[in-house]
Design a protein around this ligand. Structure first.
Ligand code: SF4
Length: 220
């Protein structure tokens, strides 16, 4: 049985400008309403390392109020309240980002980028969102003969939502822009995840029905 105070972690993988990768586990901190690295939780007074959880998967957080699926509780949230919860709580998928300075010719040689099925957020050297590479763009573009074009030159404008905004706001943005997913940013426009409509709808309906957060899919 899951413990009600387990906060789930997700992975952010960034392809750097030299083709190497940087990986980080993130947790949405309910009390701070923002994503923090799982390593931050390890030194937080409200974490309980004796629970033996792998911080790359989950942390035991005494301040987590929304219980995980499988916990022995009996509570329900009305749908309107569930839709008012912050976007960050619904993030569960790994996200793959790429730095804008990566040469375009390296995209096809980078498994993390070719394997990613959705849009890939493009970030600057500090991790801030500067655009997005659609799956169509990655599949259809070829590097120019001079090989000087960078990923940033090929990126299009990103539609994003801040992780502290409500899921209802995210649904409204997706509806207005006819999108199935949004890039999610935190403070400083740093990318913290991707929100897909199916995941958000499942999250809201599950909480409205059970009063607990669903066990997420781990697909990228
Ligand atoms: S352990 Fe601390 S930093 Fe981590 S989610 Fe809980 S309150 Fe936030």
């Amino acid at each position: 049985m899951a413990h009600p105070h387990v906060a789930l972690a997700r992975k952010r993988l960034t392809v750097l400008s030299d083709g190497s990768t940087d990986s980080c586990a993130l947790v949405f901190c309910e009390s701070e309403r923002r994503s923090v690295s799982a390593s931050t939780c390890l030194v937080c007074a409200f974490a309980n390392p004796r629970r033996g959880l792998d911080p790359h998967d989950a942390v035991y957080c005494e301040r987590s109020l929304l219980p995980a699926a499988g916990a022995a509780i009996d509570a329900t949230f009305p749908p309107a309240v569930a839709a008012a919860l912050p976007v960050g709580l619904a993030l569960s998928r790994s996200v793959v980002c790429v730095q804008a300075a990566l040469p375009w010719g390296a995209v096809a040689r980078t498994p993390a980028l070719t394997a990613s099925t959705g849009a890939v957020p493009v970030v600057d050297g500090a991790g801030a969102l500067v655009g997005v590479l659609s799956a169509t763009a990655r599949a259809g573009l070829r590097a120019p003969a001079d090989g000087l074009t960078s990923v940033g030159d090929c990126a299009s404008c990103a539609v994003w939502v801040h992780e502290s905004e409500s899921l209802g706001d995210a649904f409204a943005t997706m509806g207005a822009r006819h999108l199935r997913e949004l890039t999610v940013v935190g403070d400083g426009q740093n990318v913290v995840g991707v929100l897909r409509d199916v995941d958000a709808l499942h999250f809201v309906s599950y909480i409205a029905r059970t009063g607990m957060r669903p066990t997420p899919e781990r697909a990228a």
